[in-house]
Design a protein around this ligand. Sequence first.
Ligand SMILES: Cc1cc2nc3c(=O)[nH]c(=O)nc-3n(C[C@H](O)[C@H](O)[C@H](O)COP(=O)(O)OP(=O)(O)OC[C@H]3O[C@@H](n4cnc5c(N)ncnc54)[C@H](O)[C@@H]3O)c2cc1C
Length: 195
Amino acid sequence: MSNQTFDVIVLGAGASGLSAAIMLGDKNLSTLVIGDGRSQMNMAWVENFLGFEEPVVGSHILEIGRKQVAKRGIEVLDLQVTEIVHTDDLVTVKTESASYSARKLILASGQGPLIATAELAGVELVENDEPFTKMKIKIDERHRTSLSNVYATGIATGCASQAIVAAGHGAQTALNLISDLEGKRVHHHQGIPKN
Ligand SMILES: Cc1cc2nc3c(=O)[nH]c(=O)nc-3n(C[C@H](O)[C@H](O)[C@H](O)COP(=O)(O)OP(=O)(O)OC[C@H]3O[C@@H](n4cnc5c(N)ncnc54)[C@H](O)[C@@H]3O)c2cc1C
């Protein structure tokens, strides 16, 4: 069983997870994304995502997102996480064949039956006022969960179930995490290239 250590593992390769990974990659944090293909985006017909003039299937947005993530040197593993182990400094996620550790974990693990993944992580859950899922991950104003080194994002935390909201939430979570690491508020602006 192999074990590699990253700065951040993003558990979930849906709208929020991929968006978080893009932001982490822009800040050169070594990042691994793991998702097992159960994103709600695979069922979505998205008509209101900024930047798309015509309706688009959610899976197409994920496909583009994966390319954006890969461009930043970040791998997306199509695997199911079956165990999450916390030690003082590291969080280790295990699949059937391997384990991967990181200094920080972002749970971007979705809602409905996928809330089981949050339970697996052992984070505190609270009641959700949303029709599909009775519980959501409790987060503070910086998207930190009840466990140190574990952040959570997207519909797992009860944000509005819209692709664009989940994507924005993921980006905000990543920026919160980076800001916490750097001890100051950060953002990523590039400006228009001169030539
Ligand atoms: C039928 C339907 C239609 C929709 N239509 C629209 C629409 O028209 N417009 C719109 O804006 N939104 C729509 N949505 C909502 C939109 O798809 C969600 O808001 C969005 O996908 C939420 O993103 P997320 O990253 O929080 O969760 P998700 O995209 O669901 O991602 C969760 C990720 O966690 C991974 N995961 C969870 N547990 C594990 C585990 N143990 N191991 C590995 N991976 C794991 C999953 O594989 C997945 O990659 C629709 C949703 C549904 C169900």
